[in-house]
Design a protein around this ligand. Sequence first.
Ligand code: FES
Length: 125
Amino acid sequence: MGKCDTAPLADDVWSVMDSQITLDLEKLPGLSLKGGAGYMAGKGLAKPVLVVRGQDNNLYAYENACPHGGRKIDPVQGEARLRCCSVNHSTFDYNGKVLSGPAQHKHELRRLLTSQADGKLLISL
Ligand code: FES
């Protein structure tokens, strides 16, 4: 089955309005660390959304669903890659491009646009 390391974020640190997620970075010190990650689900989201602090220190957001079979995604610690939690472990670069695994025959991992303002991360759905 495979196992994910990334945990859901607490409900009180994020909200959804007008097709945009607002995430309060000041309440999420774990996301200031390279490799830090969490995901959001519910509140009307069509699919869970993963947020990752990359090894390049940028924040990234993705639909948290592998294009191969829909399993969740984790960052690979210490490396600038993401990995599907299924036993097949497809891997992706930070743009969502498939690097290895069965997802190569599918579409890319869907990356979501982000911006930051006033200590908040804004994610466009
Ligand atoms: S669901 Fe991700 S590799 Fe199969």
